[in-house]
Design a protein around this ligand. Sequence first.
Ligand code: 5GP
Ligand code: MN
Length: 334
Amino acid sequence: MEGIKDIKELLSKPKLISLIAHRNPDGDAIGSCLALAKYLEKFGHTSNVIMPSEHPSVFSYLAGVNEISVYDLNRELAIEKLEKSDIIFCLDFNALDRIDTLGPTIQFAKGKKIMIDHHLDPEPFADYYLSDTTASSTCELVYKFIEMLDGKDKIDVEMGECILTGIITDTGSFKYATTPDVYRIASELKVLGVDDYKLQNFIFNSLTEKQLRLLGHAINNRMEIMKEYGVGIVVLNKYDFEEYQISRGDTEGIVNYLLMIKDVQVAVFFRQQPSIIKISFRSKGDVSVQELARDHFRGGGHKNASGGAAYGGLNKVINTFKEQVPNYFSKLEI
Ligand code: 5GP
Ligand code: MN
C-alpha cells in the first residue's frame, strides 16, 4: 500500500479517529469498522464508528455495535465527530454519494482520509488508498492492513468475529469472490478461536416467520423470468411493503434466490419505497451487472453484485431495465 510508512507515522501517537462506512451498512461495512476501531483503541487512539443509517438487527451480536453513532438519529453529533477527527477511515465505500449528505462533511473535513475498500472505480477524495477490487471484502483488507502495520498479534476473538462476519456475508458463505487469502484468513481466525459455526447461525438462521413468508410471496407471486436472456426479476411493490410490514433488512438476500435457477445469469430485485425505487443486481461468472447499474440506475458496486436506485413509476423503471437488457447481456444459446 502506498503511504503505509506515513500512516504508521500518523498512528504512532494517540489520535482522534472516526471510521465510517456506507449507508444501509451490511456485515462487511459494520464488521470492518468495528474490527479496525477496536484495533486502534489498543494503541491508545480514540475511535468513533459512524454509520449514515441504522444497521440490520441481525448484526447486534458484534462487539461494539451499541457504541456506533448513527447519523440519521443524531446528525449534529456525527458531523461534530467527523469534523474534529485527526484521521477518518472510509471503509467499504468508494464514492461520497454512498454516505448521503455526509459527503461534503467528509470531503471538507480536516482529518487525513484513508480509504479501505473493494468496490470498482474509487473516487479521488482520500489521502491514502487500500483499494483492491479483487478482495472478497473490506474485512479481508482490514485484516491485511493490520498485517501491514505489523499488528496481527493484537487481533482478538471479538475483532476476529467482526472480520469473519464481513468475509462470510460478502462471499455469500464462501461461494463467490473467494481467493486463497480468504481461506487463509478464515483459517487463521479459526485458529485464534473464532467460532464460524456460531457466526453462520447468527447470520443465516435468524429470519422471522414474517421474513420467510415474504420470501415465499416474492418467489411465488412476484417473480418473472426473461428466458431468452436468462434474466430473473423480482418486484416488491408498495402494497407488498404494507401487507408484509416490510422494514429495513427484511428483503436482504431475496435477490440471490433467482440465481439458483440454472439458466438465470442475471438477477434483479426492485423495491418500491416511498420516494425511490431501490434495485439490487446480481450475476454469475463473467456476466457483469456493474455497467448497467452505473449507466442507468445511479449505482454500481461489483461485477457480480451491484445496487442502484431510480425515481419514477415502478412500471416505468422496470421497463427501462427490460429495454436495456439486450444492450448489456447476450442471448442464451439454447
Ligand atoms: P445490495 O444490492 O446488496 O444493496 O448491494 C450490492 C452491492 O452494490 C454492494 O456491494 C453495494 O456496495 C453496491 N451498491 C448498492 N447500492 C448502491 C448504490 O446506490 N450506488 C452504488 N455505487 N453502489 C451500490
Ligand atoms: Mn463490502
